[in-house]
Design a protein around this ligand. Structure first.
Ligand SMILES: Nc1nc2c(c(=O)[nH]1)N[C@@H](CN(C=O)c1ccc(C(=O)N[C@@H](CCC(=O)O)C(=O)O)cc1)CN2
Length: 285
């Protein structure tokens, strides 16, 4: 029969609509949520993601500002820009689009963002909160994945989740959030031996490797839930996930597409975090 496709695009639309209502409520109380974005250089993919973030801000009623410094900006100048945003009352969320040019220390930049405005959830303070299960900003892609699973009432507790990939912004936090939902979690990565023996055991498989069609139908068990986080450009300029969608959808129970799956949810959870940040500010006053 084939898997049910979980459309991130549709879920993103519905979630953005409910965020718009929360924003309107905030505005009526005198606070317009504000997002400050810094996009260094001219990387076309990064520029396109930032345009997507600006569009999502418009849709949800969030005020956005994008600073686009040249890629020759020094680390010190970039830290100065973050400091300015940290000190602005009207900015509730700050993000620096990644990746950064190689002369800039990414970790130093992330650490400079005020954790209470770190709507990407990348600051070690928020990573620590996520690990301990305390209230903090959750990283948008893993947060979006959990939201997608819950939107279809897919049980997580007690199930075996296998995460392929261990990046700081997707793989590791996705595993941690699944663990928080009481899944049994296995991480696979480039040094994993006999990866298929692990992926075939997954009730929930998260593919976040960055390699086109890395996961095929032979790598999964029948009925698995497959979440594709890959955004790979093919040689003919098309977009492909980490999962061979056509073959895997015949064997899985649920599958997320690329495009239109996890990507739109990443941006939506950024809006969610920004609204939460503004709501916290309102309640603190
Ligand atoms: N500061 C950050 N930098 C980066 C993040 C992040 O969360 N914060 N994540 C990625 C890029 N990213 C968001 O910034 C992102 C990637 C992909 C998508 C998306 O919607 N993809 C679409 C396809 C888009 C296309 O056609 O190219 C989809 O999957 O449907 C949104 C956001 C790295 N940097």
């Amino acid at each position: 029969m084939g898997a049910e496709v979980i459309s991130g695009k549709e879920l993103a639309q519905a979630t953005r609509q409910s965020l718009k209502e929360r924003t309107e409520e905030l505005v009526s109380q005198g606070i317009t949520p504000g997002l400050g974005v810094i996009l260094v250089g001219n990387d076309p993919a990064s520029a396109s993601y930032v345009r997507g973030k600006e569009k999502a801000c418009l849709e949800t009623g969030i005020h956005s500002e994008v600073d686009r410094p040249d890629e020759s900006i020094t680390e010190e100048e970039l830290l100065g820009k973050i400091d300015t945003l940290n000190n602005r009352e009207d900015i509730h969320g700050i993000l620096v689009q990644l990746p950064l040019p190689s002369h800039i220390d990414e970790q130093k930049v992330i650490m400079a963002i005020d954790p209470s405005k770190d709507v990407d959830g990348f600051h070690p303070y928020n990573t620590g909160k996520m690990l301990t299960g305390d209230d903090g900003f959750l990283p948008c892609t893993p947060f979006g994945i959990i939201h997608m699973l819950k939107s279809r009432n897919i049980p997580i507790e007690g199930r075996h989740a296998v995460v392929v990939g261990r990046s700081n912004i997707v793989g590791k936090p996705a595993g941690m959030l699944l663990l928080k939902e009481n899944a049994t979690v296995t991480f696979c990565h480039s040094r994993t031996k006999d990866m298929r023996s692990h992926t075939k055991q997954a009730d929930i498989l998260i593919a976040a490797v960055g390699k086109e069609k890395f996961i095929s139908a032979d790598d999964i068990k029948a009925g698995a839930v497959v979440v594709d986080v890959g955004v790979n450009r093919t040689s003919d300029g098309k977009l492909a996930g980490d999962v061979d969608f056509e073959s895997v959808k015949e064997k899985a129970s649920f599958i997320t597409p690329v495009p239109g799956g996890v990507g739109p949810m990443t941006i939506t959870m950024l809006m969610y975090n920004t609204v939460i940040s503004a709501e916290k500010r309102l309640h603190a006053t």
